[in-house]
Design a protein around this ligand. Structure first.
Ligand SMILES: CSC[C@H]1O[C@H](OP(=O)(O)O)[C@H](O)[C@@H]1O
Ligand code: HPA
Length: 243
């Protein structure tokens, strides 16, 4: 049994009645919301709604440091992030569950490190592989066990938001090697690495990215796709293997 931090995003702001809710303070400030404990499959999960339960915190205003520090404070051993993302390359159609293995950071102006004052050690984390191979392997095994199809691998470009991208920005991301686009994986992934917390993401393709379809991207379509896919995310969590 492991104690796992679960950061839920768009389409996953709630997870039923928790076994426990805990308000956690950190030296970086308050996390997005109370942390909620759930027992699922053979693991304990501490769930945190990245945008708060009422989905009121936009991606550029999430206090990623407080969120990761709060998860560390309740003793999580690893972190699984759930993200709604746009699909850029053909493998990543709407509704696909992806387990990305790379990312490119296009965000700016976010508090992106704990190495930010004299009280914290200066760290230059190793980050060639931003998603943890062991956590990703557990998700691959869970998918096989649950009979849920996943695309393994893929590069996630992280934009600043909260607006969606232009068609030209998506063409640029494709040229840069990005398969997927989201807004919240950075600095979340890097901060987890700074605290030595293995981190991986379940990226749910909620839409084809801007300019790839005749119709514009709408929040209604994103929400509908996420509502459809979230049962498969839960199936993965229920089937995560024992260590
Ligand atoms: C148009 S939806 C954009 C919103 O959804 C994603 O959130 P999350 O990563 O927390 O699931 C994306 O990053 C944006 O915040
Ligand atoms: O198309 C998108 N772009 C950026 N973030 C997203 N999150 C869901 N869909 C998207």
């Amino acid at each position: 049994m492991a104690v796992i931090g679960l950061v839920g995003g768009t389409g996953f702001d709630h997870w039923g009645e928790p076994a426990e809710a805990r308000v956690v303070a950190t030296r970086w400030g308050a996390p997005s919301d109370a942390l909620m404990r759930y027992e699922a499959g053979s693991h304990t999960f501490w769930f945190l709604a990245r945008h708060r339960r009422d989905h009121s915190i936009p991606p550029h205003r999430v206090d990623y440091r407080a969120n990761i520090a709060a998860l560390a404070k309740v003793g999580v051993e690893r972190i699984i992030a759930v993200n709604a993302v746009g699909g850029i390359t053909e493998r990543y159609d709407a509704g696909v569950l992806a387990l990305p293995d790379q990312l490119v950071d296009y965000t700016w102006g976010r508090a992106q490190t704990f190495s930010d004052d004299d009280d914290e050690p200066l760290q230059h984390i190793e980050f060639a592989q931003p998603f943890d191979a062991v956590v990703r392997a557990g998700l691959v095994a869970a998918a096989a066990d649950a009979g849920v199809a996943v695309e393994t691998g893929g590069c996630l470009g992280v934009t600043q938001g909260p607006r969606l991208e232009t068609a030209a920005e998506i063409r640029r991301l494709r040229r840069d090697g990005c398969d997927l686009v989201g807004m919240t994986s950075m600095p979340e992934a890097a901060l987890a690495r700074e605290l030595s917390l293995p981190y991986a993401a379940i990226a749910v393709v909620s839409n084809r990215a801007a300019g790839l379809e005749a119709e514009p991207v709408t929040m209604e379509a994103i929400s509908a796709t996420m509502a459809n896919a979230i049962g498969r995310v839960h199936a993965l969590l229920d089937h995560l293997p024992d260590d």
